[in-house]
Design a protein around this ligand. Structure first.
Ligand code: ME8
Length: 670
């Protein structure tokens, strides 16, 4: 029986449409799944959508839809997008499906029967955005993960005895493969060592969730519901024999891939739930870093997302797949930019693999009537041995690096082979040999083109999991049929059958010019800001527009009656005290800072033209005054929700308004 391989992505919340951050996780898993299939494993690749909880309920309400309608719509978008991206998932689980709901209830029952669930009362802070209980936080405190103000929850809840698992978890983390990379393992171990409290696993103040078995006033905590998908999808808790077999076959998972922000849920709660249920633990939880755009995490709430569709429309799925895996060092954060995408596309795909394929196959067509030529021993030189050796080494190293999740290094290794063959072709000038008619030149030409085609075959085979579509085309052009039938474990130099008849040869990666960048940027801009909303405002103007509540040396005394406002006019302006939580520069905008300001009731994103006067790091923790009821506006594609108040000195230098005494966050200025 062949080895099984079970791989999962997180299931994505349906409060946000998919963006390339989501695509990144999914396609990393897809490449692993595809490679494992070629290696002969019986693969099960799972993804899906996380559809319950207060966050979804509220998002649906804001959109004027029922939670189910809302979830259907966005879950559908995820599925369509994965199809377009060539994602080869074997199942797509939705947490609102009956099969999932029943099986989650079964898991809950199991844990309760085994004595790990009890009823109690929870009073504390909760972050709806992260669906996270924030232990030790006080009313008004921000969520440690996202910075939004937590909400106070006082409910009768079911609790899970997490505290009983502290030692077992610490023991588990001794296995270096369980949490990767190591930095995440250390972080989680430190968290667990600091002490674990029992975890509330039900909610009773809203209803969009799976009812607790035998106590439907409560719904199961959304993270319990969501984490369980990894086993419910393959049949845990099912009464059907077929489904149970799938569970026996595939559990425990080989790889559970996640983003680094949800490590705690996957490496603390998830193994504890499984231990409590007496189930085996996944073999590896692998956490990757974030895709940044304009220097911060790409996310809906920051408004800095890039839609996958834009890239698919202009450059195609394989370009995006290659770029993300090649450009981002797996495990670390990586920046996305359209410039870098197009540059990589041109250098590695159009000029690299694409050019090697088209020049080699075109010459075989021209000089050998489209049949892979027989290399001649007589004209063999050390250069051919060197290419063969590089190819063998590439196959070995690529496998090791890829299987250690070092995708960018693995691709770099494979592209090293392409560069070596390019150099070999240039040095051996097959086009010059092709012009000569003597036997020796022809024999040498056959050797050079065979060597090039064989190296092309190997690079193509290795790149298949990353670029399934383009490599399938090149494979067919070489005349090798269906690339999915390749036995990757046996890949070695010299397997290209002599005399293979080439398929139709045409370019796979046409060069992209500058207009591709502009087109993608425009497509994104149009998505972000409906044309009517956009008001181009310069950063300088933003500062100049700031009202100056304190006497400003440069402000001329106003005397004209028409300049005066009434107290009622002034009352319309809501000035509030806030505290800066996050401050960072906005890329390519010298004067602009992006601030996240806590104003007591919420955390606001505000863009301020003060970067020349204040270094961002000096602002974090500083109290400022903001105009809280200013209509939001967009600057550089980012939404500014309010304005900070500053005096404008001569020459335009801003000085932030502040207080000599301590003031409460959220206090109103009157
Ligand atoms: O957390 N860069 O769902 P989610 C890289 N439903 N990856 C990103 C990213 C970015 N900028 N943005 C999102 C949830 N991701 C829960 C998970 S699992 C039982 C429940 C990826 O929609 C990353 O993998 O917020 C992250 O973990 C996942 O999307 C979270 O998606």
């Amino acid at each position: 029986m062949s080895k099984t391989f079970y791989i999962t992505t997180p299931i994505y919340y349906v409060n946000a449409r998919p963006h390339i951050g989501h695509a990144y996780t999914t396609l990393a898993c897809d490449t692993i799944a595809r490679r494992q299939r070629l290696l002969g494993a019986d693969v099960f690749f799972l993804t899906g959508t996380d559809e319950h909880g207060q966050k979804i309920e509220r998002a649906a309400e804001a959109a004027g839809k029922t939670p189910q309608q809302y979830a259907d719509e966005i879950s559908g978008e995820f599925r369509n997008l994965w199809k377009r991206m060539g994602i080869s998932n074997d199942d797509f689980i939705r947490t609102t499906e009956e099969r999932h709901k029943k099986r989650v209830q079964e898991l809950f029952r199991q844990l309760r029967d085994r004595g790990f669930i009890y009823k109690g009362t929870y009073t504390g802070q909760y972050c709806v955005s992260d669906e996270l209980y924030v232990d030790g936080a006080q009313p008004g405190d921000p969520c440690p993960t996202c910075g939004r103000i937590t909400e106070t929850v006082h409910e009768e809840n079911y609790f899970f005895k997490l505290s009983a698992f502290q030692d077992k978890l610490l023991e588990l983390y001794k296995n270096p493969d369980f949490i990767r990379p190591e930095a995440r393992r250390n972080e989680v171990a430190a968290f667990v060592r600091s002490g674990l409290r029992d975890q509330s696993i039900s909610r009773s103040t809203f209803s969009w969730g799976i009812p607790v078995p035998d106590d439907p006033k409560h719904v199961i905590y959304v993270w319990f519901d969501a984490l369980a998908n990894y086993i419910t999808a393959i049949g845990y808790g099912s009464k059907h024999a077929g489904a149970q077999d799938a569970f026996k076959n595939f559990w425990p998972a080989d790889v559970q891939m996640i983003g680094k922000e949800i490590v705690r849920f996957h490496c603390v709660y998830w193994p504890a739930f499984l231990m409590a249920a007496g189930l085996e633990l996944p073999k590896a939880i692998v956490a990757h870093g974030w895709l940044l755009f304009e220097e911060s995490k790409m996310s809906k709430s920051r408004g800095n997302i890039v839609r996958t569709e834009t890239i698919l429309d202009v450059l195609g799925a394989d370009a995006l797949r290659y770029f993300l895996l090649r450009e981002v060092v797996f495990g670390q954060d990586g920046s996305f930019s359209f410039d870098a995408l197009v540059q990589r596309y041109n250098s590695d795909l159009a000029n690299g693999l694409g050019n090697l394929a088209s020049r080699t196959l075109t010459m075989i067509n021209r000089y050998f009537k489209g049949e892979v030529p027989y290399p001649s021993q007589a004209t063999r030189t050390p250069a051919e041995d060197a290419i063969a050796e590089t190819a063998r080494k590439t196959i070995r190293e690529f496998g090791v690096q890829f299987d250690q999740f070092q995708f960018s290094r693995a691709l770099e290794t494979a592209w090293g082979l392409i560069a070596a063959v390019d150099k070999y072709i240039v040095e051996n000038e097959p086009w010059t040999l092709g012009e000569k008619q003597d036997d020796e030149s022809r024999a040498r030409l056959a050797t050079v083109l065979y060597t090039s085609a064989e190296a092309l075959r190997i690079a193509t085979a290795l790149a298949y999991p990353v670029m399934p579509d383009a490599t399938a085309k090149i494979w067919a052009q070489i005349g090798l049929g269906d690339i999915k039938k390749l036995a990757l474990a046996d890949l070695t130099w010299g397997q290209l059958p002599l005399g293979t008849k080439l398929g139709d040869v045409h370019p796979v990666f046409p060069r992209a010019d500058k207009s591709a960048i502009e087109r993608m940027q425009q497509m994104e801009e149009q998505q972000r800001v409906p044309a009517a909303e956009e008001k181009p405002v310069t950063e300088v103007k933003l500062v100049a527009e700031m009202p100056a509540p304190v006497a400003s040396p440069s402000a001329p005394a106003t005397s004209a009656v028409s300049d005066k406002i009434t107290i009622d006019d002034f009352a319309k302006i809501e000035l509030r005290v806030g505290i800066v939580k996050v401050a960072e520069r906005v890329p390519k905008a010298d004067k602009l800072l992006r601030l996240e300001i806590d104003i007591g009731t919420e955390v606001r994103q505000v863009l301020a033209g003060i970067a020349e006067a204040y270094a961002p790091e000096t602002l974090v923790g500083r109290k400022v005054v903001i105009v809280a009821n200013l209509a939001p506006r967009k600057l550089r594609g980012l939404e500014s929700n309010g304005m900070i108040v500053a005096a404008s000195l001569e020459g335009g230098k801003p000085v932030l308004a502040g207080f000599l005494e301590d003031v409460q966050i959220g206090a109103r200025l009157k």
